[in-house]
Design a protein around this ligand. Structure first.
Ligand code: FAD
Ligand code: NAP
Length: 535
């Protein structure tokens, strides 16, 4: 008989978990507290307790080709970075295509998930849900927790002496929806993450003055990278990943600093990270430096005190007449329906094996999907997590002993702190390609590059030097998709399609431009050697 799996939440993690359950022949039931799918990506005017809340203007900071699921590319005409409504449209098409809605019980909140008394032998869970005031109990063979981690705001009022005296308005970034109502105001945004930057930029177009206060600074990069390609297409290649592994750390850091300062000098803009050598999640924002250059945003240091109307900063400067403070200070993970000991993310420690499995369970029948912050897109990441988990539930993949898992957790946490630092915002941070490959290896879906070099060199070159997209993990192994090769080879086409809204006849094209580059290179070499003859 097929194993019954409870999936908690119908956001992106829940949807892909449903699909993976179906693919592996498991029997899923998804419980979603709201009336619709999409989770964080479904914008609502109201801020609801217990669910994520975004502002109306949110646009993805990872591109469509790097964010789609591995056997379902986004429609060709979708823009490269998507407004939240467009991403939600993709999730709707995805759910419809794989007929996932029939597994979801909407307006149903999971109240508790408890081990059954015979858990040590059965691995089963009792799940209590509530639908329109009616409680229900059901037994499941396994549980996938997909309830999100951008729900409970982290708002550290205690870190701001004098906060109780402040007479203006203050709120967390999850409560921000639109810039209307902030015309002519003086606003202080605390934090320098992606929420802080988006909100500060948007407010700066209406407000009299916006201030951004940061303790540690951050690298800021544009969505647009080399030759106008999306940043993640250029950054996330296996070649670059290999360089990161083999180059000495100091050289890598030096290269990163140079690259980050190419767009603008972070020191001049007051944004430079305190520890320039950490690989902390960068801010992706196309407008922030420009708003700073225009004076609409002023970057300030840490706030040391607040008065009724003013903010006093670490460097002794004071900004008067403050009307509002936005705490864009991140989130705290919370799983109110689970026993405390099961999933812990605190004291700078994530207590899950590969960010997924609690190691101490007698049976591996509970998994967290999406409790992670990769340096690339989360969508292919949660997909590989779900592919692995469903194969563990099915019994075709096994986990190591509790001791081995604990040792791995501890090693991983140490490495994370070393690479990304101790800030709360980096507690779930991971490398991108390394982590994807690690999960793919578990299920036998990691592409075999050496074999491909002989069999399909064109594809091998794309895999190594091109963007590490999700399609790569459908070339072989369980869940192999026959469209994967073609999706990899036609990726550029889908990227450029939405830009081709005006036909432009370019004068210089390959091979002429290519030949000119070769000639230029030859000329440079000849010039170099002829110079040598003078010495
Ligand atoms: P959510 O989207 O939060 O979904 C969780 C679902 O579970 C919700 O539908 C909720 O109602 C339901 N739920 C919760 N508790 C219960 C319960 N007890 N019972 C029943 N249902 C429950 N990542 C990227 O890769 N690229 C981006 O561009 C990007 N942009 C982001 C922008 C913002 C503003 C934020 C905050 C995050 C962004 N992220 C991005 C990261 C983000 O976490 C993911 O994009 C993703 O949406 C997380 O999906 P999820 O399904 O894990 O969680
Ligand atoms: P975040 O990344 O956790 O950033 C929180 C910020 O608050 C950090 O700059 C942190 O500074 C600061 N902070 C925390 N505690 C503080 C304190 N006591 N005093 C002063 N500063 C404090 O949160 P987020 O910006 O809301 O982003 C959450 C996730 O959503 C991220 O993965 C992000 O990429 C994503 N996101 C994406 C988009 C988009 O795609 N457009 C938009 C928004 C968010 P320190 O570094 O100094 O600790």
């Amino acid at each position: 008989m097929a194993k019954k799996v409870a999936v908690i939440g119908a956001g992106v993690s829940g949807l892909i978990s449903l699909k993976c359950c179906v693919d592996e022949g498991l029997e899923p039931t998804c419980f979603e507290r709201t009336e619709d799918i999409g989770g964080l990506w479904r914008f609502t005017e109201n801020v609801e307790d217990g669910q994520a809340s975004i502002y109306q203007s949110v646009i993805t900071n990872t591109s469509k080709e790097m964010s789609c699921f591995s056997d379902f590319p986004m429609p060709e005409d979708f823009p490269n970075f998507l407004h939240n409504s467009k991403l939600l449209e993709y999730f709707r098409i995805f759910a419809q295509n794989f007929d996932l809605l029939k597994y979801i019980q909407f307006q149903t909140t999971v109240l508790s998930v408890k081990k059954r008394s015979d858990f040590a032998s059965s691995g089963q869970w009792e799940v209590v849900t509530e639908t329109k005031g009616r409680e229900q109990r059901a037994v499941f063979d396994a549980v996938m927790v997909c309830s999100g981690h951008h729900i409970v705001p982290h708002i550290p009022l205690e870190a701001f002496p004098g906060m109780e005296k402040f007479k203006g308005q203050y709120f967390h970034s999850r409560q921000y929806k639109h810039p209307e109502g902030f015309e002519g105001k003086h606003i202080l945004v605390i934090g320098l993450g992606n929420s802080a930057s988006d909100i500060a930029v948007e407010l700066s177009k209406k407000a009299a003055q916006v201030f951004m206060s940061t303790r540690h600074g951050s690298w800021v990069m544009s969505r647009i990278s080399e030759c106008g390609y999306p940043w993640d297409i250029v950054w996330h290649t296996r070649f670059r990943s290999m360089l990161q592994r083999v180059l000495p750390r100091t050289l890598q850091k030096w290269m990163m600093e140079r690259q980050m300062n190419q767009w603008f000098d972070h020191e001049n803009y007051g944004l430079e990270p305190q520890n320039r050598y950490l690989m902390k999640e960068p801010v992706v924002n196309d407008d922030l430096p420009s708003r700073i250059l225009c004076g609409a945003i002023k970057v300030k240091s840490r706030v040391t005190e607040l008065t009724e109307t003013a903010a006093i900063f670490e460097d002794g400067t004071v900004e008067e007449d403050m009307d509002a403070i936005v705490f864009a200070t991140g989130y705290t993970s919370s799983f109110p329906f689970l026993e405390d000991s099961l999933v812990k993310v605190e004291d700078n420690m994530v207590s899950l094996y590969k960010y997924v499995f609690p190691p101490q369970l007698e049976k591996s029948t509970l998994a967290c999907i999406g409790l992670i912050q990769p340096l690339g897109s989360i969508f292919p990441t949660v997909e590989l997590q779900a592919r692995w988990v469903t194969r563990v539930f099915k019994g075709v993949c096994t986990l190591p002993s509790e001791r081995t898992m604990m040792a791995d957790i501890s090693k991983r946490n140490k490495k994370r702190i070393d690479l990304f630092g101790e800030s709360k915002s980096q507690m779930l941070q991971t490398h991108y390609i390394d982590y994807l490959d690690e999960l793919a290896l578990e299920i036998g879906a990691k592409p075999d590059l050496l074999a491909l070099v002989l069999k399909d060199p064109q594809l091998a070159v794309k895999l190594y030097f091109g963007p590490c997209n999700s399609y790569q993990y459908r070339l072989a192994g369980p869940g192999q998709w026959e469209g994967a090769r073609s999706a990899i080879l036609t990726q550029k086409q889908r990227m450029l399609k939405p830009l081709k809204t005006r036909t432009v006849k370019s004068s210089l094209h390959f091979p002429v431009s290519f030949l000119l580059k070769i000639l230029g290179l030859l000329a440079a070499v000849v010039a170099f050697f002829s110079q040598l003859q003078w010495f």
